[in-house]
Write a protein that binds this ligand. Structure first.
Ligand code: AMP
Ligand code: ZN
Length: 137
């Protein structure tokens, strides 16, 4: 299903032009208009899913296979030195367009791009408590 007034539905289905790198029955891969690095691209499903929670399992496996294929092609052609896959869900996580997408971000030695975090240093009991919370124990 498409969603009215969703810009990524329109781009994915070719109603709004984009710089398409690849397309198949389920997905379109486009260049990001506000790239974090040279070659930054997005995998967009042609159906509307708000986020990862809504993405069906078979689409999940397809998106990861496609990410792998694109990463290989882009690394070969762009000669990048590394690669990040980034996928944001919810405003708190930095999602700004509420149609599932996977960022493909080529990385270059010393590119200065900041998608890092400062590691925490929790006590063992805290890690145990979080584990119990997630696992329902
Ligand atoms: P996120 O913050 O994970 O929701 O990522 C949204 C991404 O979409 C950002 O990297 C934007 O630069 C990119 N973006 C927004 N509108 C467009 C557009 N019309 N075409 C291509 N990329 C877009
Ligand atoms: Zn959409």
């Amino acid at each position: 299903m498409k969603k009215d007034n969703c810009i990524f539905c329109k781009i994915a289905n070719g109603e709004i032009p984009s710089r398409t790198l690849y397309e198949n029955e389920r997905f379109r891969v486009i260049l990001d208009l506000g790239p974090a690095a040279k070659g930054h691209a997005l995998i967009l499903p042609k159906e509307h899913f708000d986020n990862l929670y809504e993405l069906p399992d078979d689409w999940c496996s397809d998106v990861m296979k496609l990410a792998k294929k694109m990463a290989a092609q882009m690394t070969e052609k762009l000669h990048c030195d590394g690669f990040n896959l980034v996928q944001n869900n919810g405003t708190a996580a930095g999602q700004t367009v509420f149609h599932f997408h996977m960022h493909l971000i080529p990385r270059y030695d010393n590119d200065g791009l900041n998608i890092n975090w400062t590691p925490g240093n929790p006590a063992a009991e805290e890690l145990d408590a979080v584990r119990a919370l997630i696992c329902g124990e």
